[in-house]
Design a protein around this ligand. Structure first.
Ligand code: SER
Length: 318
């Protein structure tokens, strides 16, 4: 029998796709999807779905015990841009839900935990290019502070209590099935929608603001590969760097223009520009490659092709 998996935050950008991918792999019934709200995607209702507030420790325990959960993918978070508007809410949501889940793992109620970190753990004093796995980390957003604290807690629970926790520092994630919300990297998703719907886009980041990004298919594969890797290969228990693809708004504009020549972008940076300026431009992920064999598939043009093709169908534009 398959081990039962629980997804927290299954209605979110990563949660939606991870739920579908894991159900494809292991069957609908082995994957219990949960979120604080009912799903908009009816696809998520093809297997078990429960409304659970991940900030509520006893609700979390109840759902894990009820379904005899082995592995939890914890994908609940308030992202960087929204976090700056609601700092205390972001801190509470991001930290409490993680700590409740780590406690369940410590008690043996669950056996394994995946929890995502982010490039937001880095800050203005971090080396900007080819940012190493271990380096200066002085994040300047509440989201980044919560992710860095979360990384420390993950390592602590592993070292002190043997908790099998695994984590990735995601770059900005680009997907067509479900939209991100409240992040600084969201422009790189919006731009594809606007290119198809309006033929133009106004970027909230400046033209040459380079950030690391990744196509969702690669991110989902990385998540499952790391979570399923043999224990001895997982030598880093705070969080693994993943490089993804580094580009700026001008470069993604040019990639879209190869498919939609009339597409035009202009640039009106807002408060998110300052957040982006504090993050790395490119990431060194050699530890992930060496330890558990990570290898990325999608480059920028491959991602553009996949985004435009899938979005055209989704938006009924063919
Ligand atoms: N995509 C996130 C954000 O922009 C970073 O991990 O907040």
């Amino acid at each position: 029998m398959n081990k039962t998996i629980l997804i927290l935050g299954a209605c979110g950008q990563i949660g939606t796709e991870l739920t579908l991918a894991l159900r494809e792999k292991y069957g609908n019934d082995s994957i219990v999807a949960t979120d604080i709200r009912q799903p908009e995607h009816s696809e998520l209702l093809k297997g078990p779905f429960e409304v659970v507030d991940a900030g509520n420790a006893s609700a979390l325990r109840t759902v894990c015990e009820k379904h005899n959960i082995h592995t939890v993918y914890h994908l609940v978070a308030m992202l960087s841009a929204t976090g700056e508007k609601f700092p205390m809410k972001a801190w509470d949501l991001n930290m409490q839900s993680l700590l409740h889940t780590l406690e369940l793992a410590k008690e043996g109620v669950i056996k394994k935990l995946f929890w995502p970190s982010s490039i937001a753990v880095f800050g203005p004093t971090t080396p900007k290019r080819n940012t190493p796995q271990q380096t200066i980390m002085e994040p300047s957003t509440v989201y980044g502070i919560s992710k860095l604290a979360g990384e420390r807690w993950c390592e602590y629970y592993h070292a002190k209590y043997g908790v099998d926790v695994r984590s990735i520092r995601y770059p900005g994630l680009i997907s067509w099935k479900s939209q991100p919300g409240g992040g600084t990297t969201d422009y790189a998703v919006e731009i594809y929608y606007k290119a198809l719907e309006e033929g133009k886009y106004t970027s909230f980041l400046s033209a040459q603001r380079t950030l690391p990004m990744m196509y969702m298919d690669d991110a989902i594969r990385a998540t499952i590969e790391l979570t399923e890797a043999p224990k001895e290969q997982v030598k880093i228990r705070n969080s693994y760097n993943l490089a993804g693809i580094s580009f700026d708004p001008l470069t993604i504009e040019a990639s879209i223009q190869k498919k939609i020549p009339a597409f035009e972008c202009d640039f009106t940076p807002d408060f998110r520009e300052e957040i982006a300026a504090s993050w790395p431009e490119s990431i060194d992920d050699s530890a992930a490659q060496d330890h558990w064999g990570w290898s990325m598939e999608y480059d920028l043009d491959g991602m553009t092709e996949a985004m435009l093709t899938n979005l055209k169908t989704k938006l009924g534009l063919q």
